[in-house]
Design a protein around this ligand. Structure first.
Ligand code: NAP
Length: 683
């Protein structure tokens, strides 16, 4: 039998003994054996920290982003192997899509976020510079640097690929190595993926290790530089979080746990409306996708009491049409639970729920299983319950049957719907299906504090909606209370969980040097030539250009108004402008100031500056009256090389002052500047 490997210090190692046998969810036949006995967990920890960490930290965020992209492409090329094996976990092809393709696309998103939203550098600047002194010689800036430890990823059984990649991508982007421990029952799929990751040779040594089986004494070696990201049951999370070493060393611990996710049907969405049909569709999909083994699946169906009967009827009809059977077959709509043990567990939980709610659909073993043996495979019938006094019930808000099981909870008013939603005591995902945006606002504001993510679906968004249950790499995944109190993904936010945020204080020049971003008050360097004559490599942070003065005349304002069509009264009518609390009379257009500034700082000849692609943070701070004079100071603020493209992005700090040295406008000018090689090739 295939015995799963453990990846230890870049070597595949088998655990001692025969190991535990993992069975197919569909046939009940053995798929693999698993053991991590005999591994030296301490040396795994040391290897990650001494080899993986330094290797990853040598790379910039952009280089790590490129690495993720290459890895995602590689996995995409071999994904059919994952799909083939995935059916053993009970997943249909549709179920496997969010796990396999979803995992790979999460890697692509993080790759792109790293290259677009993080610098091509080793330090991430978090937020703006804070002025801490009157004269500006002492300032503050938050910076984020990679933690020097290892990220321990403990994953749940239901998404062996996505669950691993959604944690791995931000971790590697942060520059931190990982030790991954997949859930045993589906570890064979995660192991196959790790084999492909390692075979690709894309990751530097030490970046990734894998434990198939128990984590042994690994936790005993952790300290404050390490991070644990856990997905699974609340009980396990609580136990691990209370580990003496986690407590004494303040090891960062993120948990994604159980969740009694709700979906509210708005009172407007009565039968016959598109929203009613969308609701039935959404709940049916959420109950049956992955056979209901999704941490985000809808467990509580909160519907107006006046139409709760219609909801039960429509859902029963839809669930009755679901074809359950061999997940490898195209026409199967719902596969099996991950294991027989899981099926026993779900049965027990349905029994708990049935103490407070009536089973109105399913809940028995007498159902057809398409092309598979219902006794050997872990098949379970979709089961719908109805609780007629949900405000007085407990189990329906706290017992998670991790399978195709959900309960209808009727409400009589919006306040009651909100109260019911909150009774879940913290969830990963919630949804509201209504075409009334005021009701949507009331429901979202009333329940958001109990949710990590909420989706509002109506006829306008339905066709393109990603649905209630899909966590997205761009948005946070996690939730308060019962959901574990953790947060993952959410774009760059997810990367920062693996980094230390530090407030740095010092002079503008010191902080400019540390952060590779010029700060006002730091040295203004005279580059000897106009900085637009310099290539990307030649430019230095702080290279500064100061223009001469240009007077703004009334003719200029009239001309600009006529030319652009912007005849706003504050520029054109003396009396009306003076009645405005901000002005004494006619003032120059803000865009005229910016345009004149460009005229003052631009060096017009053919040169290495290729294009201006925008401005950031534009503020007009003082009115400019005719007769005033303008002057610009432009300083090279930040440089970001764009791979091998032949150019880099250069951000300039622009400050426009008047004849009294008062700042009238400030902003960042964004340009693309040619590299030496490109500039030489076009001359
Ligand atoms: P579980 O028993 O808590 O297992 C989760 C993970 O913890 C598995 O990898 C498991 O490994 C590991 N684990 C268990 N005991 C451990 C220990 N003493 N030391 C280190 N690791 C240990 O959860 P489950 O029952 O498999 O998963 C279902 C639950 O997960 C459901 O309640 C569901 O809501 C939740 N879940 C949440 C999310 C989310 O994103 N919030 C996603 C999926 C699932 P073994 O498999 O080897 O025991």
């Amino acid at each position: 039998m295939n015995k799963l490997g453990n990846l230890v210090a870049d070597q595949w190692v088998e655990g001692d003994g025969d190991g535990n046998t993992l069975l197919s969810a569909v046939t009940g036949e053995p798929v693999a054996a698993i053991s991590s006995h005999g591994l030296d967990f301490k040396s795994m920890h040391t290897y990650a920290r001494s080899v993986g960490g330094p290797n990853l930290r040598k790379l910039t965020f952009h280089e790590r982003g490129d690495m993720l992209k290459a890895l995602a492409k590689h996995l995409d090329g071999v994904k059919q192997e994952f799909y083939q094996l995935s059916s053993q976990t009970g997943a249909t092809r549709n179920d496997s899509w969010p796990d396999i393709d979803g995992g790979i696309s999460t890697m692509f998103v993080f790759s792109s976020k790293g290259r677009r939203e993080m610098p091509n550098d080793h330090v991430y600047l978090d937020g703006n510079v804070e002025q801490l002194s009157r004269n500006g010689t002492f300032v503050g800036q938050h910076i984020c640097t990679p933690k020097l430890g290892v990220a321990i990823h403990i994953n749940a059984f239901n998404f062996p690929c996505w669950g691993m990649l959604e944690k791995l991508a931000p971790t590697l982007l942060a520059g931190v190595p990982a030790i991954v421990k997949p859930a045993s029952s589906t570890a064979y799929l995660a192991e196959l993926m790790v084999r492909h990751i390692i075979e690709s040779g894309i990751l530097p040594p030490g970046s990734l290790q894998l434990i198939c089986g128990s984590v042994g004494d690994l936790f005993d070696h952790l300290d404050c530089q390490d991070t644990i990201a856990f997905t699974g049951s609340k009980a396990t999370a609580e136990m691990l979080q209370a580990h003496p070493r986690v407590v004494s060393e303040s090891v960062a611990f993120t948990a994604e746990t159980d969740s009694l996710n709700m979906s509210i049907l708005g009172p407007d969405a009565v039968p016959g409306t598109p929203e009613f049909d969308l609701y039935i569709q959404e709940v049916t999909r959420e109950m049956t996708a992955k056979a209901g083994q999704k941490c985000t699946a809808i467990r509580r169906i909160i519907a107006p009491s006046t139409i709760a009967g219609d909801v039960v009827e429509a859902l029963s009809t839809a669930l009755g049409k679901i074809r359950i059977g061999d997940p490898a077959l195209k026409d199967t709509q719902m596969g099996a639970l991950a294991s027989q043990g899981q099926r026993d567990e779900v049965r027990d939980r349905v029994r708990d729920l049935a103490a407070e709610a009536d089973v109105v659909f399913g809940g028995h073993d007498d159902f057809d299983v398409h092309e598979a043996d219902g006794r050997k495979g872990a098949f379970f019938m979709p089961t719908l319950l109805h609780c007629d006094r949900p405000l007085h019930a407990r189990a329906v808000h706290s017992v998670e049957a991790f399978g195709p099981v959900s309960t209808v909870l009727p409400y009589d008013s919006i306040d009651e719907a909100i109260q019911l939603a909150r009774m879940g005591e913290g969830s990963l995902a919630g949804s509201v299906i209504t075409n009334d945006n005021l009701i949507a606002r009331e429901l979202v504001l009333g329940t958001a504090a109990y949710h990590g993510r909420m989706v509002v679906i109506n006829r306008d968004s339905a066709a393109e909606s990603t649905g209630h249950g899909s966590p997205l790499a761009h948005l946070v995944h996690g939730g308060p209370g019962r959901a574990g109190g953790g947060e993952e993904m959410g774009g760059v936010r997810g990367v920062l969980h693996y980094m230390q945020r530090t407030a740095i204080q010092g002079s503008p020049q010191t902080l400019s040097t540390i952060g590779h971003r010029w700060i006002k008050g730091a040295d203004e360097i005279d580059p000897g030539v106009h900085p637009f004559r310099k290539t990307f490599e030649q430019l230095q942070l702080g290279d500064t250009f100061k223009s001469g003065l240009r007077k703004v005349s009334l003719d200029d304002i009239n001309h600009f108004a006529e030319f652009t069509g912007d005849n706003f009264y504050a520029h054109m009518n003396e009396e009306e402008a003076a009645r405005n609390p901000f002005f004494d009379g006619r003032v120059a257009h803000g865009y005229l100031i910016v345009s004149f500034a460009a005229g003052l700082f631009v060096d017009p000849d053919f040169g290495p500056v290729l294009a201006n692609y925008g401005v950031d943070s534009l503020r007009f701070l003082q009115p400019v009256n005719y007769g005033d004079s303008l002057q610009v100071r432009l300083a090279c603020k930040q440089k970001t090389l764009r791979g091998d493209s032949g150019y880099g992005e250069v951000r300039w700090d622009a400050e426009v002052t008047n004849q009294d040295d008062e700042i009238v406008a400030q902003y960042d000018v964004l340009t693309m500047v040619a590299t030496d090689a490109h500039w030489q090739s076009v001359q």
